[in-house]
Ligand binder design. Sequence first.
Ligand code: PHE
Length: 339
Amino acid sequence: MRDRLKQIQELAVSELNQADKKEILEEIRLKYLGKKGELTQVLRGMGALSAEERPVVGQLANEVRAEIEKILEEKTSAIAKAEYAEKLKAETIDVTIPGSKQLKGSLHPLELVKTELTEILRSMGFSVVEGPDVELDYYNFEALNIPKGHPARDTQDTFYVDDDVVLRTQTSGLQIRVMENSKPPIRIVAPGMVYRSDTADATHSPVFHQMEGLVVDKGVTMADLKGTLAEICKLLYGKESKIRFRPHHFPFTEPSAEVDVSCFVCGGKGCRVCKGEGWIEILGAGMVHPKVLETCGIDPEVYSGFAFGIGLERVAMRKYDIDDIRLFYENDVRFLKQF
Ligand code: PHE
């Protein structure tokens, strides 16, 4: 029986030493110390021993039990420690690893130009209005003195939605929408996208941006138009810049003009940016046609007004020296992050 006890101790200890998981320790505990465990089985047979032998074997059995329990405890705490160390290792944060870079966005050059221009005009007392991109033929053409069949329609290749609805080819329709709904004095600026079925190339795009300006009041003259545009150009391109009017024709203004600004790169001497001209065309303008005022219920005998339309891409291309309009719409981050 003593030999059997010694054998149990040796087996249990060697199994415990090989165990590396809590579950295995528990299995070993049940196998030797459990109710049906090997040590328990041996102790059951103690009844058969003589009175002298019984206490000796009993003590030995207690020693064996104590030894197994001691090692079981040691192993349990060792495994718990190892598992804890493992967990800590897995959760370690290396604070010396450089952080991942967050890309910072920037405003699109067209948005920058739009904001700058609207701020300039706001400071001069204009308020900003907007209108629909899908526009009635009436606002885009008819009310602007461009009836169906008028040759001016051919200069703005139009996307028709149906006979009466178009994608607006210009922001000028907003002149009508505003004059219809408000009484002079009127002083508004209207930025927006416009659409023309042009083939895209370095200077053309089927979608581009315009900004419309409109002033209607008693006694508004061409001199007010010139003064306003000269001031806008000074604020946009610097104090030295000048403007020049060239006679032109728009059906909804009379007289009409195309307006050039002195080249802000060479100051008018002629360079690559102005193609040797010294001047750069930036907008169309004129005095609101009396017929247009009348269409909107404003008496042309009492009131007069001026209007202008600026191409924002053109302004941005000059300002930032961009030589291809398509760059604005490609959304290449390498291009966009330069502004
Ligand atoms: N709408 C004109 C164009 O797109 C520009 C313009 C606006 C001309 C206002 C005169 C007055 O070309």
